[in-house]
Ligand binder design. Structure first.
Ligand code: SF4
Length: 173
């Protein structure tokens, strides 16, 4: 092996051990998926389970998502926990619009996903995706805290690899 070849091999080894080549989209997805800040908001009974998820027994803090923000301007995750009425819909939409981009929505429970037991009611929105776009649906009446945590982890995977889920839109049916 010549001196020049040995130097090149050593330089290549140095590069391989000290640099990671990736795309900006991958880095942003990794950072965003690990730093979700949910908005402190609830619509009905499902919100009790959402509060449980953040409390000591289920400990959402294990995953780093427990910092619920009091202002939509500081939040990037809206968990629609409960029944959405048509009267409340403009308020929810405004909260969503006040959140900075990029932002995500989880429909928590049957009511938020489809209207649940009140789907035929004159006053209930049959799914929050009539009003705002939804990224993850968590079934149940109410879903257990573990189900919500699983939904957040599904969202984490979706944010980290958006190319796998592009094209799934159910907004404004
Ligand atoms: S899904 Fe069930 S628990 Fe949740 S808000 Fe509707 S009625 Fe209440």
């Amino acid at each position: 092996m010549t001196l020049r070849t040995a130097e090149e091999t050593a330089a290549r080894e140095l590069l391989r051990e000290n640099f990671i080549l990736t795309s900006l989209e991958t880095v942003l997805g990794w950072a965003r998926s690990n730093s979700l800040w949910p908005l402190t908001s609830g619509l009905a009974c499902c919100a009790i389970e959402m509060m449980s998820a953040a409390a000591g027994r289920f400990d959402l803090a294990r995953f780093g998502y427990e910092v619920f923000r009091p202002s939509p301007r500081q939040a990037d995750l809206l968990i629609t926990a409960g029944t959405l009425t048509w009267k409340m819909a403009p308020v929810l939409k405004r909260l969503y619009e006040q959140m900075p981009e990029p932002k995500w929505v989880i429909a928590m429970g049957s009511c938020a996903s489809t209207g649940g037991p009140f789907a035929d009611s004159y006053s209930v929105v049959p799914g929050v995706d009539y009003v705002i776009p939804v990224d993850v649906y968590v079934p149940g009446c109410p879903p257990r805290p573990e189900a919500l945590i699983d939904g957040i982890l599904q969202l984490k995977a979706k944010i980290a690899k958006p190319q796998l889920t592009r094209g799934v839109v159910r907004y404004g049916r």
